[in-house]
Design a protein around this ligand. Structure first.
Ligand code: GRF
Length: 200
C-alpha cells in the first residue's frame, strides 16, 4: 500500500481528481490515508467524508504560537505514516519541521508554468490575473517537490494550456484545472508510487 496524505484549503477538486483515479484503479496501490485541511469550512472535507476518508482540520488560528501549530500539524501528519504528502490547493506555508521530516516526500500543484508566475503572492486567481495582464498566450500547471522555498523545488510534471481571447481569470483558472491540474497531479502520484520519479 502506498499511503498518501492530501492537504487542502478549499474546494478540493484536485483531491477529487485523485479520488476518481483511485476508484478507477489507475493509481496502483495508492490509498488516501487522510485529508488534512487548513480550514474547517473547506468543501474538500465534505468530499473526504463522502468517500470514507479520515479527515481533520488543523487551523492555525486555534494555536497560541506558530510553534504549537507546527507541532500539531506534524503530529497529525505522522499519525497516518504517509509515503507521500500531496498539497492540493493548500494555502498555508508548510512548516520547516514538516519539510525536514518529509524531505523529498511532499509535492505541490501550482497553476502556472514555473518559473513564470510563482513564488510569494502568486496563488489562486492572482496567478491567472497576472498571466492575462502580461498578455501571455500560453500558461499551464506544474507539479513539483516542495523544499523550503516557495515554488522552488524540483519540477516533476508540467502541462501547457492555451489562453483564449476573451478569457477572464475565472475562465482561465477553470481551463487550467480541467486540462492540466486534474491530470498531472494524479499522474505525479502514480509515477512516485511506482518509483518512477524521485527528487534526485
Ligand atoms: C488550484 O488552482 C491549485 O493549483 C491552487 O489552488 C487551487 C485548488 O483548487 N493552488 P481545489 O481546492 O483543488 O479545487
Amino acid at each position: 500500500m502506498f499511503n498518501i496524505v492530501v492537504m487542502v484549503s478549499g474546494g478540493g477538486t484536485n483531491l477529487q481528481a485523485i479520488i476518481d483515479k483511485i476508484n478507477k484503479n489507475e493509481l496502483g496501490d495508492t490509498r488516501i490515508a487522510a485529508v488534512i485541511s487548513s480550514s474547517r469550512k473547506a468543501y474538500a472535507l465534505e468530499r473526504a467524508k463522502q468517500n470514507n476518508i479520515p479527515a481533520e482540520a488543523v487551523v492555525k488560528k486555534d494555536f497560541d504560537t506558530a510553534e504549537a501549530f507546527d507541532n500539531a500539524l506534524l503530529s497529525t501528519i505522522d499519525k497516518y505514516s504517509p509515503d507521500l504528502i500531496v498539497l492540493a490547493g493548500y494555502l498555508v506555508i508548510v512548516p520547516p519541521v514538516v519539510i525536514q521530516k518529509y524531505k523529498n516526500k511532499i509535492i505541490n500543484i501550482h497553476p502556472s508554468l514555473i518559473p513564470a508566475f510563482c513564488g510569494d503572492g502568486f496563488y489562486g486567481l492572482k496567478v491567472h490575473e497576472a498571466v492575462l495582464a502580461r498578455g501571455c498566450k500560453v500558461t499551464g500547471a506544474t507539479v513539483h517537490f516542495v523544499d523550503e522555498g516557495t515554488d522552488t523545488g524540483p519540477i516533476i510534471l508540467q502541462k501547457a494550456v492555451y489562453v483564449q481571447p476573451g478569457d477572464t481569470p475565472e475562465i482561465l483558472q477553470k481551463r487550467v484545472m480541467e486540462e492540466a491540474e486534474w491530470n498531472i497531479l494524479p499522474e505525479a502520484v502514480r509515477l512516485i508510487s511506482q518509483g518512477k520519479v524521485n527528487a534526485g
